[in-house]
Design a binder for this molecule. Structure first.
Ligand code: TTP
Ligand code: MG
Length: 351
């Protein structure tokens, strides 16, 4: 079985990038978002990398930021703009995979286990994500890729801005980094780690399990496991399942419609097997051609159902509306509009 592959995507200096998109004359200049230059009051929300060179960073008082970078241009925040732009970013990311979790205004995790199979390396998949975001929104972003969500997050920060960091050997990658890079080790606990001569994540990995349990309990043990490259944290779905889907990426292009139908039915079967405890209303199919053009088509029933026949009927209808002028690289079937089965309604006929 393939291990999961998780990408963490974080837009570079997000609020500033939004402002520069509508004020392109400021590109290349040190810009601070938040606070006011005249009164020197407020705090820095973010700053362009030109201002960061002077040591300016988020959450710094404006007065301090201006003493470090007196020529900086300060602009007030426009949160409505950031919300709109964030939606564009998230919509672009969710076109890559349904297995996607937004965690802040400008960052998200994507389960790209299936998606990466189309590329000859994780780096290329990361570059593709960057290009897609740039094309759809104009923003640069940094991408971290790894088998662990936590490591993906550390990796996206590793080569900011506009970096792609793919981590295959987690232990080796983490070893030279400061322990404070581990989420959960903050200002409060850091001195305690230092007191025990743990400066880097490698130092932490080299301690014995019993030493760590003794000093830090189970919380520290989780950090120690991560330091040793043993972490398989993945996407977290907070509001229950929104969809059930299955995708297949092909090594060779599928060129005949008969084969497309055959594979869609196979996927329909797998999706059906995973949907036993749910009713669904909507069935979608996804087709990615060999030029990466991707289309999705959906069909909704008027009432919820949970039969295999319903999935196949919907797929047949959706497929009949599509042409296959080029080779197909990926196919997918998805069920959504889900209701968890918690009563006796088991199939359409029971309604
Ligand atoms: P971040 O992604 O942490 O920062 P960033 O996008 O500005 O810079 P980069 O990712 O390149 O390091 O935060 C996203 C936005 O959230 C940021 O643009 C502004 C806002 N923010 C604050 O308002 N205050 C803060 O202290 C932080 C960290 C962010
Ligand atoms: Mg960011």
């Amino acid at each position: 079985m393939t291990n999961q592959v998780i990408a963490h995507v974080d837009i570079d200096c997000f609020f500033a990038a939004c402002e520069l998109k509508i004020k392109p004359e400021l590109k290349g200049k040190p810009v601070i978002v938040g606070g006011d230059k005249q009164s020197r009051r407020g705090v820095v929300c973010t700053a362009t990398y030109e201002a960061r060179k002077f040591g300016v960073h988020s959450a710094m008082p404006i007065s301090r930021a201006l003493s470090l970078c007196p020529d900086a241009i300060c602009i007030p925040t426009t949160h409505e703009l950031y919300k709109q732009e964030s939606q564009k970013v998230m919509s672009a990311l969710s076109s890559i995979t349904e297995q996607f979790q937004q965690v802040s205004i400008d960052e998200a995790y994507l389960d790209i286990t299936e998606f990466v199979q189309q590329f000859d390396s994780w780096e290329r998949a990361g570059l593709f994500i960057q290009k897609l975001i740039e094309k759809r929104t104009g923003y640069t972003c940094s991408v971290g890729i790894s088998e662990s969500r936590k490591v993906a997050k550390i990796a996206s920060d590793f080569q900011k801005p506009a970096g792609v960091t793919a981590v295959h050997n987690m232990k080796e990658f983490l070893a030279p980094l400061s322990v404070k890079k581990i989420p959960g080790i903050g200002k409060k606990s850091l001195p305690y780690y230092h007191k025990l001569e743990i400066e880097t994540i490698g130092d932490l990995a080299n301690k014995s399990k019993f030493f760590i349990l003794d000093h830090f309990g189970m919380h520290g043990y989780a950090m120690w496991q991560l330091a040793n490259g043993k972490d398989s944290s993945g996407i977290e779905y907070s509001e229950g399942r929104k969809s059930i889907s299955k995708e297949s990426t092909f090594e060779y292009d599928i060129t005949s419609k008969t084969d497309v139908v055959k594979y869609i039915y196979e996927l329909a079967k797998k999706v059906y097997e995973n949907s036993k405890t749910f009713l669904f209303k909507t069935v979608s199919i996804k087709v990615r051609y060999n030029d990466f053009k991707t289309i999705t088509r959906s069909f909704s029933f008027s009432v919820s159902t949970n039969t295999y026949d319903a999935i196949v009927t919907a797929c047949k209808k959706l497929l009949s509306e599509l042409d296959f002028p080029k080779g197909v690289r990926l196919l997918g079937v998805k069920l959504d509009n889900l209701t968890e089965i918690n009563c006796k309604q088991m199939s359409l006929s029971d309604f």
